[in-house]
Design a protein around this ligand. Structure first.
Ligand code: GLP
Length: 249
């Protein structure tokens, strides 16, 4: 199934469209007392979306009481109190500002000893299944073609596991850490297979630096060297882009 492409003149417009999809799901489920299961992402790309969802919570009564969330990934070695951990990011960028029950928010734990990581990853997958599976998985994309932290090569069957980070990814994230030397070398991430199990996938990308990898993911061969290209196999995947990110399509 080809990936659906939606291109907007501005990031702000694109963000409103993505927020509409999340709002519609959350409100529709709330009407019948059901939960909405969201797969959430970090990085600079989704920040504007989280701001818009917070605005809708504060100004338009959008409640997150029925939301269960699962984040894609977490750096190894960083506790949730570290300001570069993805748990900290999610608290700051979304959870602290809406009425989500913190017990319903899941981010992989980056601080477990190696011997406990496999069991933790299996439990994370089990928790997603027990919640009924992910309704909408939000994604950004790294310049290596990674989704979550599934660096090339990552097959379409990968599940939640510990991974090694690509040097380009570490350099791209260095500014957040002050110095590339402080960027962890490993992370725990949902797999490509975990992402592909979501009922719907929304990938956001802004700006010229993402144009090449967006084009490769959408039009290139499906390959473990571009993990985002596996999204071509998904039945309900949309890329919501600004003009610059869509420039090479
Ligand atoms: C990190 C995250 C990814 C994210 C990517 C792109 O590597 N693990 O989930 O998509 O960064 O980041 P940005 O949105 O800042 O370009």
């Amino acid at each position: 199934m080809p990936i659906t492409i939606q291109t907007y003149a501005t990031k702000e417009e694109a963000v409103r469209v993505a927020a509409d999809a999340f709002e519609a799901l959350i409100r529709e489920r709330a009407k019948t007392g059901k939960t909405a299961v969201l797969g959430l992402a970090t990085g600079s790309t989704p920040i504007a979306l989280y701001k818009e969802l917070i605005r809708r919570h504060k100004e338009q009564g959008l409640s997150f009481k029925n939301v269960i969330s699962f984040n894609l990934d977490e750096y190894c070695g960083l506790p949730g109190t570290h300001d570069q951990s993805y748990r900290y990011f999610m608290n700051e960028q979304l959870f602290n500002h809406v009425d989500i029950d913190r017990a319903n928010t899941h981010v992989p734990l980056g601080t477990l000893p190696d011997a406990e990581i496999d069991a933790h990853c299996a439990a994370y997958e089990q928790a997603i299944r027990a919640a009924g599976g992910i309704d909408i998985q939000l994604l950004g994309i790294g310049r290596t073609g990674h989704i979550g932290f599934n660096e090339p090569p990552s097959s379409e069957t990968t599940r939640t596991r510990k991974v090694h980070l690509d040097e380009l990814t570490r350099r791209d994230n260095a500014s957040f850490f002050g110095d590339v030397a402080h960027v962890p070398h490993h992370a725990i991430t949902m797999g490509c297979g975990t992402v592909l199990d979501a009922k719907e996938v929304i990938l956001l990308a802004w700006g010229e630096p993402k144009a090449d990898i967006v084009a490769k993911s959408v039009k290139g061969p499906k390959t473990e060297m571009v993990p985002a290209s596996w999204l071509q196999d998904h039945k309900n995947c949309v890329f919501i882009l600004d003009r610059a990110a869509a420039a090479k399509l």
